[in-house]
Ligand binder design. Structure first.
Ligand code: ZN
Length: 215
């Protein structure tokens, strides 16, 4: 099970790369200056733009790193993350860091935590292996019964995974609260909770308000 999904939701993330490629083609088709083709970030980062809305839909309105959605953290608290940070300018294949393949939909907490995490240097020989689009994150991390995010035992010795886990602040107690909220949010539509929907909604509003005052 993907640690980014609540117990009441399930997404097929296999199409994220393809959908991003299609969006990139659409953006590039509307750019006349060939030098600006492949520079998707400036177009995507404007929250009022149709491209931004399409981009967040591709990620199911969920943070690619932790799975919190825009109902829990409003869109205003989501950001567009450069997986390989902006200082690098180019990816290992020579493509600009502003290309859509290096751009990820992320909540503010994850984006700020990850800031400047250098996926390209040091002992790391698989610089892009933890890119959320590669479907590796749910292989490496898991959600425990107490709602915490943990490194799976078979990856406990991996230096890169440990560095990433620390940098992302995955052990922060807010991660557990976010998962509780995600579960409440997704369970309230189920028929068996129909009678309790108002109660769950009220609880959600109160908890989300308190949560967002802390970040
Ligand atoms: Zn996040």
């Amino acid at each position: 099970m993907d640690y980014r999904e609540s117990k009441f939701e399930s997404y097929d993330n296999k199409n994220i790369k393809n959908d991003k490629t299609k969006l990139a083609k659409l953006i590039d088709s509307r750019v006349s200056n060939s030098a600006n083709k492949g520079q998707h970030y400036p177009k995507l980062s404007k929250k009022s733009s149709a491209y931004y809305k399409m981009f967040q839909e591709i990620y199911h309105l969920k943070c690619a790193y932790c799975g919190v959605n825009t109902a829990i953290q409003p869109t205003s608290m989501f950001e567009i993350d450069h997986y390989v940070n902006k200082m690098q300018e180019k990816l290992s294949d020579g493509v600009s860091v502003h290309h859509i393949k290096n751009i990820v939909f992320a909540c503010r907490k994850c984006n700020q935590a990850k800031k400047d995490f250098d996926v390209n240097t040091g002992s790391n020989t698989c610089c892009e292996c933890l890119h959320p689009d590669n479907e590796v994150l749910p292989v490496v991390f898991e959600r425990k019964e107490n709602y915490s995010i943990e490194i799976k035992p078979e990856y406990s010795d991996c230096k890169l995974v440990n560095e990433f886990y620390e940098k992302m602040d995955f052990s922060n107690r807010l991660r557990k609260l976010d998962y509780l909220l995600l579960n409440l949010y997704t369970m309230r539509e189920l028929p068996e909770f129909k009678m309790r929907k108002n109660l769950i909604n009220n609880l959600l509003v109160e908890l989300i308000t308190t949560r967002n005052q802390q970040v």
